[in-house]
Every structure is written in structure tokens, then in C-alpha cells.
Design a protein around this ligand. Structure first.
Ligand SMILES: [Zn+2]
Ligand SMILES: [Zn+2]
Length: 248
């Protein structure tokens, strides 16, 4: 029977938010099973940001919000996956937490993977991307799972419908052999967000209730919460080729 074996954090680069100068990591995740599933969660910024981030930031209007601090070729999904010994065609499932620019950049690179995405976002004319810019098209995956409620994608791997930050946001609960990890995604951007409030969310009230639900679930499951972009947590998270172990 299928069960989860390992969860890796992928390092898609560093970004600085102008307001309060917060330095945030851009994460992806790779989850493996004992039956050769490789589930990728999110794909970082578009690869063109690794070439000329300033010009791209201006074009997208992202420069008003913040700037790329570091994002090189090494931070692209293919190179991060190579650290685990994987190639793009090894990816069986691509879970997209939501369609902001820092999560969908590489999603065209995995056409054979089953795309798992919030129905409310996939039904938009364009991906959310950033502000009024939308220089990404929908990918064409042969198989898609459109999510509008919680589902168990594989034994021990739960996709949670957590709208609010965006209309179709998804989080992930992974039951690993000796511990459980909750990938909150931008449903909880950082540890302090539930206290500070969800300003900037697509629907702040919905974001609040999704975050509360996730925190309750984490307590019930005794799960480690990995936030979307927490500056302090990012520094101490082990990155691929290391994997998340029970004491972290
Ligand atoms: Zn977002
Ligand atoms: Zn984000």
C-alpha cells in the first residue's frame, strides 16, 4: 500500500518586500511515496526572473511591491529537483497552492503530471499572477484535478481547500512515517499573520477562517506547520537534498 516517505523543501530564491523590508524565501516542496510518486508543490517565479529580475519586476509592476534578492539558475525547479536525483518527467502530480506569480513560474515544465488546482482559480480567464499583469498562460496538463473541497490525493496526503488569500487556495497535510507536516502555503503567510490580520487577501474574512481551521488541524494532528513565506522559519528549514525530519 502506498505511503509517504519523504518531504523536501525546494529553494526557489529570496525576495524582499519593500514594506518593512521583510526578506522571504520562495518555497516549493517535493513529497515522495514508497510507490514512486513524486508530488511537486508549487514552481516558484517564472524562469525569466533568473535572467534579469529588475527588468521583469518593472514589466510586471512587481517593483512597487518588492524585489528579488537572489534567484539564480540554481533556484529553478529543474535544478532543485536534480538535487534529489529527479528529472521533470519523474513528477507524477503538481499541486498548485494558488496562481500568484511566485508559485506558478515553472508549471509548463511538467505536462505529464496530474495538475491539482483550486477549481475557483482554474476557472478564471487568466492565472492571478500579480496585480493587473498576467504574463502566464494556463498550462496544458493531460490530467487535472479541480479542487473545491478537501480530498485525499494519495494515502496520507490531503489537499485542503483553504480559500481567502486567493479564491481557490490549497494547503497540504502530509502524514510522513514519524510525523505530520502541514504546508499552509499563503493561507498562513507567516507565523504572525493570524494576529496581524490578512490585509491584502482576496477575502480577509475567509482568509481568517481558513487560517483558524489550519491551526486547529495542526493542533489536532500534532503537525509541524510550514508557513508560506515566514522570514525566520525559512532560515532554519532544511533544504533539498536534505529532507524534513521529525525533530524539525
Ligand atoms: Zn500568494
Ligand atoms: Zn506567495
Amino acid at each position: 500500500m502506498t505511503s509517504l516517505t519523504r518531504l523536501f523543501v525546494l529553494d526557489y530564491g529570496l525576495f524582499q518586500v519593500h514594506e518593512n523590508q521583510r526578506v522571504i524565501g520562495i518555497p516549493g516542496f517535493l513529497i515522495q511515496t514508497n510507490t514512486n510518486h513524486n508530488i511537486l508543490v508549487d514552481t516558484g517565479f517564472p524562469a525569466r526572473y533568473a535572467t534579469d529580475p529588475e527588468a521583469e519586476g518593472r514589466t510586471d509592476g512587481l517593483d512597487g511591491f518588492g524585489r528579488i534578492l537572489s534567484l539564480s539558475h540554481d533556484n529553478l525547479p529543474a535544478v532543485q529537483l536534480a538535487r534529489i536525483g529527479l528529472e521533470a518527467h519523474d513528477i507524477t502530480h503538481l499541486i498548485v497552492t494558488h496562481t500568484h506569480i511566485d508559485h506558478i513560474g515553472g508549471w509548463h515544465d511538467f505536462p505529464q503530471a496530474t495538475l491539482v488546482i483550486g477549481r475557483a482559480e482554474r476557472s478564471l480567464e487568466r492565472p492571478l499572477y500579480f496585480g493587473n499583469a498576467s504574463r502566464m498562460t494556463w498550462p496544458s496538463h493531460q490530467h487535472e484535478i479541480l479542487v473545491d473541497h478537501d480530498l485525499e490525493l494519495l494515502p496520507g496526503l490531503h489537499v485542503l481547500f483553504t480559500p481567502g488569500h486567493s479564491p481557490g487556495h490549497l494547503s497540504v497535510l502530509a502524514r510522513l512515517p514519524h510525523h505530520t507536516v502541514l504546508l499552509a502555503g499563503d493561507a498562513i503567510n507567516r507565523a504572525t499573520e493570524p494576529v496581524e490580520g490578512f490585509s491584502g487577501a482576496w477575502d480577509e474574512t475567509l482568509a481568517q477562517s481558513s487560517a483558524e481551521r489550519l491551526l486547529n488541524l495542526a493542533r489536532l494532528e500534532n503537525a509541524t506547520v510550514i508557513y508560506g513565506h515566514d522570514p525566520e522559519q525559512w532560515k532554519i528549514l532544511p533544504k533539498a537534498p536534505n529532507w524534513i525530519s521529525p525533530d524539525r
